[in-house]
Design a protein around this ligand. Structure first.
Ligand code: BT5
Length: 257
């Protein structure tokens, strides 16, 4: 059902019972020449990964664990903004089953202060830049999960009152919506403003306007006001003294809501 519903939008859709990580599998597949718009969905992951070597809890049948391999033909430098596109697609899929989620920059989808989905974009430089976009979306309750960065607990669509928890239906909504948004993004050369997506992101981003501490990948951190998101999906932080910093990647910890 999934494969036939998606055949117009994707070159290939595979569903497997179990794998280590769908992102790792598609990274390898891209190296081996996989087509643009290849999807892999697993019922269970035994080594699901988050960012910065964290793990993603992926018990059998509880969530959607899927990745999309893309060769979008946009410059390597703007590939990161695809996380924003994916966040919007997850938000819309949750909304389609009656769950109102918000986005926490750069890659978390939250409902009621808890995390129901995470996004992992892994770009590969080269003559033809490519990217694997991984999405983990909790549909049914997971059991015990370690709270994430900033102490975020986990939740699922079911626990948030979803009107439909059929994972195939949610996967079709998510991947259909993502394909349509990604097409717009691609046609705009990866520029979120051009694609008309920045307004939508701003409207649903819970990070903007907050006093935040951003833990940067190099181990340092930055404290200030999350002022805006730019067309490349980067966070603009106004620090004390009035300087504006552009943050490409990091973990946001809310200082004061
Ligand atoms: C993420 O990392 O949020 C990105 C997660 C991406 C997962 C997908 S599943 C399909 C594809 N294949 C993969 O192997 N990965 C992708 P990060 O922001 O680093 O958050 C990770 C943290 O969230 C962990 O350290 C836990 O504390 C917490 N966590 C782990 N599993 C969770 C879950 N299922 N739901 C909510 N929180 C979780």
């Amino acid at each position: 059902r999934l494969t036939s519903a998606l055949q117009d939008r994707y070159a290939r859709v595979d569903v497997v019972e179990r794998t280590g990580s769908t992102n790792a599998d598609l990274r390898k597949a891209l190296e081996d020449g996989a087509a643009d718009r290849t999807v892999l969905l697993a019922e269970e992951q035994t080594a699901g990964v988050g960012r910065r070597a964290r793990s993603w809890s992926s018990p059998k049948g509880a969530g959607l664990y899927l990745s999309v391999a893309l060769r979008p033909g946009v410059p390597f430098a703007v590939l990161g903004s695809l996380s924003v596109v994916a966040g919007l697609a997850v938000r819309a899929a949750a909304a389609s089953v009656g769950v109102d989620a918000v986005l926490k920059w750069p890659n978390d989808v939250l409902v009621d202060g808890a995390k129901c989905a995470g996004i992992l974009a892994e770009a590969v430089a080269g003559d033809e830049p490519s990217i694997v976009l991984g999405i983990g979306l909790n549909v049914l309750p997971l059991g015990d999960v370690q709270p994430g960065p900033g102490g975020l607990p986990a939740t699922s669509l079911a626990e948030q009152g979803a009107t439909n928890t059929d994972r195939t239906d949610v996967a079709v909504a998510l991947l259909t919506g993502f394909a349509d948004l990604e097409r717009r993004w691609r046609l705009a050369g990866g520029d979120l403003t051009e694609a008309g997506l920045l307004g939508d992101y701003r409207a649903h981003c819970a990070t903007l306007g907050q006093d935040v501490e951003v833990q940067l990948p190099d181990g340092t951190s930055l404290t200030g006001r999350a002022a805006d998101i730019d067309a490349a999906g980067q966070l603009q932080v106004d620090v004390a003294g009035g300087q504006r910093h552009t943050v490409f990647a990091g973990d946001v910890v809310h200082v004061r809501p």
